[in-house]
Design a protein around this ligand. Structure first.
Ligand code: CP3
Length: 341
């Protein structure tokens, strides 16, 4: 099916665009009252993720309500550990929690390499959403990057320092590599399945990149991200490694189209480090959306001008916070859509 709006795909491939395209990380979620309404009808977050009709509905909400240039499938990065054999729970007001974690060689041996079919509900949600979008905007699929998934599988929950996961790297590096490879193989199968099911573009989220040293990041994270980039050439791929300042030069060498920046990364410096062969995505501080409308508009235009007219996909530097007002989000999106160089 031909897309009516393919701005994001063209920007990712480095082709000319009439204006800068925009989508938002966590655009489907608690900032939308319409999301909260669907969510309240369900038993919880997981049920929403695992029911294709509902996942489809909340995936399309931001396209209708906010007017963004892409939909991102409603799911979570933690479906991969679950498909490998470590089920997760999403605890209200606390976040993810795993009953079992990985500690020993046997634990790693017991884990399976996930196949796309193990995550049938995600594949069905993608197929349904693709059909319902009817070519209005591209559909983005995603997965966690191996290091971030590894960190949850070792810690069993979120953490400020991820010191258990880092301890594993220092004390059992060979075992860490075994697990990272299993996660990587699962992620490649999963993302290939997402493309077959209808994803027009993919993003890898390395949310906890920033806790590693540059050397560790290269050995335990980039090595695996690079395998994923090389295995997925069918659609444009974005790598977003939060806080990974030190890895920007190396990211310029990855076999992917787009690099996501967070708001602590200087735009001009990032372009110099990453080079001209990549599209950049980002990078407004989500907290800007707590400011007044005039400030939101002027800061957004400043960001657009600093990135320049081509090879930019506008976004925030991380996900939307649940207490941001919907109209402020809309102001950010509208400012980008109305701006012309
Ligand atoms: O709109 C979108 O961006 C698509 C959906 C999406 C979600 N999670 C939905 C979600 C995506 C792309 C993710 C990725 C994800 N999940 C990441 C990487 C991105 C990042 O934020 O760094 C991470 C680290 C996770 C793990 C995760 N899921 C955490 C830590 C939490 C709790 C956070 C919180 O605010 O409660 C989640 C839950 C989650 N995932 C929610 C949503 C909309 C909130 C659940 C709810 O409705 O209560």
């Amino acid at each position: 099916m031909t897309l009516k709006n393919d701005l994001i795909l063209r920007a990712a491939r480095g082709e000319k665009t009439e204006r800068t395209p925009v989508w938002l990380m966590r655009q489907a979620g608690r900032v939308l009252p319409e999301y909260r309404e669907v969510r309240s009808k369900m038993g919880g977050f997981k049920e929403l993720v695992e029911t294709p009709e509902f996942a489809c509905e909340v995936t399309i909400q931001p396209v209708d309500i906010l007017g963004v240039d892409a939909a991102i499938i409603f799911s979570d990065i933690l479906v991969i550990p679950e498909a490998m054999g470590l089920p997760y729970q999403m605890i209200e007001a606390k976040g993810p929690w795993f009953e079992k974690t990985v500690k020993t060689t046997e634990d790693i041996q017991k884990l399976r390499v996930a196949e796309a079919n193990d995550l049938k509900y995600v594949m069905e949600a993608l197929q349904l959403t693709k059909k319902e979008l009817n070519g209005r905007v591209p559909l983005i699929g995603f997965a966690g990057a191996p290091w971030t998934i590894f960190a949850y599988m070792i810690e069993g929950s979120g953490s400020k320092t991820f010191s258990k996961a880092k301890k594993f790297l220092y004390t059992q590096p060979a075992l860490a590599h075994q697990l990272l490879q299993k996660i990587t193989d699962s992620t490649i199968n999963y993302l290939k399945g997402q493309v077959i099911a209808g994803a027009d573009m993919l993003q890898l989220f390395d949310s906890w990149a920033g806790v590693l040293s540059p050397e560790q990041y290269s050995e335990f994270a980039l090595h695996y991200i690079s395998q994923i980039c090389s295995a997925l050439k069918e659609v444009p791929l974005t790598v977003f490694a939060k806080d990974a300042h030190f890895a920007r030069r190396a990211m310029g060498q990855l076999n992917c189209n787009t690099i996501g920046l967070d708001w602590t990364m200087d735009i001009v410096e990032s372009r110099e480090l990453i080079g001209n062969s990549k599209t950049l995505q980002g990078n407004m501080d989500p907290c800007l959306l707590y400011a007044d409308y005039t400030t939101i508009k002027s800061e957004t235009i400043k960001m657009l001008k600093t990135f320049g007219p081509q090879r930019h996909i506008a976004n925030l530097g991380h996900g939307l916070y649940p207490d941001i007002e919907k109209d402020k989000v809309k102001c950010f999106v509208d400012t980008i859509k109305e701006f012309r160089f």
